[in-house]
Write a protein that binds this ligand. Sequence first.
Ligand SMILES: C[S@@+](CC[C@H](N)C(=O)[O-])C[C@H]1O[C@@H](n2cnc3c(N)ncnc32)[C@H](O)[C@@H]1O
Length: 204
Amino acid sequence: MTKTQKTFSGKVRQSVKIAEWNERYRAREQAGDFEARPTPLVIETAEHLRPGRAIDLACGTGRDALWLAARGWSTTAVDGSEAAIAALRLKADQLRIEVDARVADLTKSEFAIEKGRWDLALMCYYLQRDLFDAVKNGVRPGGVVIAIVHTTRPGEEPTISRLRPGELIAYFDGWPILHHYEGASRDPAHRRPVEEVVARRPLD
Ligand SMILES: C[S@@+](CC[C@H](N)C(=O)[O-])C[C@H]1O[C@@H](n2cnc3c(N)ncnc32)[C@H](O)[C@@H]1O
């Protein structure tokens, strides 16, 4: 299977994808994968929050998790790629920062997102349509979710990893929206158009 295959079908495709990510990280194919600067939206959002417990899902090599942890967040970071988590752990050691870094395939529920545990949940540049409910339930009432996905360009169909512009915000129906943006990526590590959402879980 190739990266361009358009399918929403399940777990086989996703496991192949993790193998591809492992290869890409091991070969250090793209400098952006080892970008130290965090996602701009994470900085803009977290700057206004009191540090608590953060979960970074599909964290890659950990630019956001490390930045949060360095600012006092008790941070857990999860990615399916062993190579990504190895790179994250190495950086954390070098910087003397503590991050609870886990290898887990999120499509196989290898990491259980505990309900109401997290003050902040990140799902940046990772799309798993059936994960939104667990992520939303994972943050405490008043907690915040930051989600960023790549979006289609005019004429393109959605794929396993891309939504149509406007589809991301629909996952947060009923939640106060703190930030919503659709358009060119504001993150130097990404070139495709994006949709960004920051939403707060309503108080019970
Ligand atoms: C575009 S990178 C985003 C990394 C990070 N969030 C960032 O913004 O720098 C997507 C990440 O998703 C991870 N990934 C892909 N499929 C996964 C799965 N099924 N379970 C967990 N992680 C997965 C990849 O290993 C990769 O690190």
